[in-house]
Design a protein. Structure first.
Length: 339
């Protein structure tokens, strides 16, 4: 796909989801390495709940323990599941081989559809082929924009990570930044690499990549602190997730650095940090929307034969900037865990 990176980097949230979500509590299950365990039961469903036959859909992600980003994805997915009379089964593992095994488990359970992330697409190739052979519809979300079509997925929901990185690089230029360190918390994750590469492409100053162990907050803090102590010329720290950004703020303080922090992705604590000015801005890819659209698309495919994007183009959910000028409105939704 050839698109003008300039026009796309300025585009804000191209897709709007109309969610008539039911007020049910979570149903399904999670792996030991996934997010919070789902609960069953709940209050009355909304009047808009689908009357179509009950479906079971598996959502399988590469979530690391404690990564709050995925709680937001799950809330969006559950809202769609509640509306569409779907039993949502959630599982996650940051290890690509283990994630592939979770997809295989879903195939063995003969689910009606699978939504999957492709942080490490090569490791998922064979199991996705098995899902296709079993004629189980499978869609992608969040990670894998460059690979979803060639792996045989029906649709994809997320942002172009390279374009998002380019947009952030341009923003850094406008902020007068000169030297940036881009912090990657998971080596081998293609989406994270594309973000930093995008920053390098448009940023006119100097960019360095710093790898940290995202599974250990202590290690993240010490590694960023050491880098800032070593190089006082760094004026911006770019992180690729909200929890890492909040740790980077502590590192800046511990190092006695004057560097500012900018990040990708949001959570409620991060919106508060933007309001206070400890974090300059965030690039929002709307994870709630990614989860919602992925699950809703499988219901639409089964019940009406629909393909979002016609099965040819991805559905983009970002990038959009959140800074002091608009954080108050976004924070209302972040407080509910949906942004």
């Amino acid at each position: 796909m050839d698109r003008s990176s300039h026009s796309r980097s300025r585009r804000l949230a191209p897709i709007v989801a109309v969610a008539a979500a039911a007020a049910l509590t979570l149903a399904g299950c999670s792996s030991s390495s996934g997010g919070k365990k789902s609960e069953e039961g709940g209050t009355a469903a909304s009047a808009g709940k689908a009357s179509t036959p009950r479906m079971t859909v598996a959502l399988v992600t590469h979530q690391s323990p404690g990564d709050t980003f995925w709680d937001i994805v799950r809330k969006g997915a559950q809202a769609a599941a509640d509306k569409d009379n779907i039993k949502l089964v959630y599982s996650a593992d940051p290890n690509a081989g283990n994630q592939a095994n979770l997809v295989q488990n879903a195939i063995d359970q003969k689910v009606d559809g699978i939504a999957v992330t492709l942080a490490k697409p090569d490791a998922m190739k064979d199991v996705i082929a098995k899902a296709n052979t079993a004629k189980i519809p499978i869609v992608g979300l969040n990670s894998g924009l460059s690979d979803w079509k060639k792996l045989g997925l029906l649709e994809f929901f997320g942002q172009d990570e390279t374009v998002a990185g380019e947009a952030l690089g341009n923003r850094l230029n406008s902020e007068g930044a000169k030297k940036v360190v881009c912090v990657i918390q998971e080596q081998g994750n293609v989406g994270l690499t594309q973000r930093c590469d995008g920053v390098k492409k448009t940023f006119s100053g100097t960019t360095e990549t710093l790898y940290v162990d995202g599974t250990s907050p202590t290690a993240v803090k010490s590694t960023i602190t050491a880098k800032l102590t070593q190089d006082s010329a760094i004026d911006h720290v770019v992180t690729l997730g909200a929890p890492i950004a909040l740790i980077a703020v502590q590192s800046v303080s511990d190092a006695g650095s004057k560097a500012k922090v900018a990040t990708f992705d949001l959570n409620k604590d991060l919106t508060g940090a933007i309001s206070k000015g400890t974090i300059e801005f965030a690039v929002d890819q709307q994870p709630y929307l990614q989860g919602y659209l992925a699950i809703d698309s499988l219901w639409l495919y089964k019940n009406n034969g629909n393909y979002m994007g016609g099965g040819e183009q991805p559905v983009l959910t970002g990038p959009a900037f959140v800074d002091k000028s608009n954080v108050a409105k976004v924070a209302e939704f972040a407080a509910k865990g949906t942004r």
